[in-house]
Ligand binder design. Sequence first.
Ligand code: BGC
Length: 405
Amino acid sequence: MATKDTLGVQTGGWGPGPGGPAGAQLGASSVRRMLAHQVASGAIYASMDFAPYRYCWLRDGSFTAFALDRAGEREASERFHRWAAAAITGIAPTVRAATERRLAGGPNIATSMPPARYTVEGTVEPDDWPNFQVDGYGTWMWALSEHVNRWGAGSLLDDLADCVELVSAYLEAVGLDPCYDCWEENGDAVHTSTLGCVYGGLSATAELLGRKTAAQKAEDLSEHILSQRRSYGRFAKSNASSGVDASLLWLAVPFGVVGPGDPAMDATAAEIEQHLDLDGGTRRYAADTYYGGGAWPLLTAWLGWYRARAGDLSTAQRCASWVEDRFDTPGHLPEQVAGEHRDPEAYRTWVGRWGPPAADLAWSHAMYFVLRDELQRAVPDPSPNHQGSRPASGDDRPRRQGGCP
Ligand code: BGC
């Protein structure tokens, strides 16, 4: 049965689990920080302490809603999904026009595409942000399906079905086109992790709405990723870069294009560990200079999630411990660390432009929480008080391709 812990956070009655009481405290703190980033409308700020991030990204918000679901925070997650659907419905003419233009063989016009981020009021900011990023739309549909399946939320799906159809048609039309990647860079390339997000989203709508066109496109995407995106025995960042990027882990967890045991995926993870490590944390990609290109807690947690799914619990636990050491006293978890030492000049350039980097990022908490939850499920708390008391979870459901719930 779900309970409130000492911080007033609903924990589903879990025990301390891996990391002991300190880990439990940090898990609870992460849930509290995710909820603190959510406003009444349901939108979730990416970060509240860093002005450029005082928006709601579909990408960050969807992964955060997923983590909130895993924490038993059904209502908060539902509010996010209702907010996202309302925001997207608010620009339905733009989404429809972009879809129809592509179906008619026309080009994508970056400035006329649905945005990556919205204001928390659900409006689109007229600025020059590299907004054409399709991954967030796929991730949203995947996270919504996780929510619906986890809680049996059929009436929510009924309410949002028109919007889901709209987004599905959009992704079916533009899913294989060049756009900015999940780091909001390289707008001329087709990014492998973005394809994974679109695959995850379309597989979700195929299942939720029985949409045959989505199922077909998801299959095409999977074939494309497997036939075009492997080089040197592992996955490559994009059609323009054969290097690795930590976001390639998403192909396995959560989107299930391949399973954690897939040889190319294992080789990708090994290369990420080898080439993107910074003092035990995981960087985005080798040439990253954003705030000095430091290590990202959310990506370190992702590596741990992947390793846990592949059965390597000791690496997963090491990743969790690394993230745990990055919490500050009020329980904040930054976007990245140590960029100022890795590349002081690049770090200073960014500080000059936007001020200090985000000190508390909702998505960092989300991925830490997911890893912690994953470890708890893998290493159950032996205490009899905690047996069988976890909330219903998609983790117990059959998985696509050995991927993640
Ligand atoms: C990251 C994006 C993220 C955004 C808000 C950017 O720096 O590259 O992935 O969505 O921050 O957190």
